[in-house]
Design a protein. Structure first.
Length: 187
């Protein structure tokens, strides 16, 4: 909870500093306008210049916000989730190799990478992985439940019964519970 508040505070401070930098010309022109009003020096067109500068800065801030949120953040989140998917594929492969030799799966984690074990499991940096072998009564055999999430990712990746990897919906309650469980377990 404290870490979340600290993180939100840092992000808000960064956005505030960027806003000051972007709107600095507007602040400067508005300051000139206010000073000219106090000194009773009438500069013609200073209010119009202030409004024009503010509109230009507003358009610039809009484009910078969309550039940052849609290009940089989306790309970083995609990279993070790609690392989590690679880790989960590696975990499933190492579990299948272990099962072919020993006849069973082994439990892993939750652990946060970087991590390697003797069975070929490699967990990438900042990826949290949990592998739990469970008994499936309908199939009558041991199956594997594996979950992976990147610390900066949005969704939890899980394996399915047929060996595929799927993203749990980011807004679902199960996904939120899994993500908070995994993140809390490795602090």
């Amino acid at each position: 909870m404290v870490a979340d508040i600290l993180w939100i505070t840092i992000v808000a401070l960064v956005y505030f500093c960027i806003a000051i930098i972007v709107f600095a010309p507007s602040l400067y022109v508005v300051w000139f306008y206010l000073i000219s009003r106090k000194l009773s020096v009438r500069s013609r067109g200073l209010l119009k210049t202030a409004l024009t500068t503010f509109v230009v800065n507003l358009v610039l801030a809009y484009f910078l916000f969309h550039l940052g949120s849609e290009y940089f953040l989306t790309r970083k989140i995609a990279e993070s989730e790609s690392l989590a998917e690679t880790t989960l594929r590696n975990a499933i492969d190492s579990q299948e190799k272990f099962r072919s030799i020993h006849g069973r799966y082994y439990a892993v984690g939750p652990i946060r990478g970087p991590y390697q074990d003797d069975n070929g499991l490699t967990v990438e940096k900042d990826v949290i992985l949990e592998v739990v072998p469970v008994w499936d009564k309908t199939l009558g055999k041991q199956v594997l439940e594996a979950y992976a999430v990147h610390v900066w990712g949005q969704s939890v990746l899980a394996n399915t019964r047929d060996g595929r990897i799927e993203k749990t919906p980011a807004d679902s309650e199960k996904s939120a519970q899994l993500k908070s469980k995994l993140l809390r377990s490795v602090k």
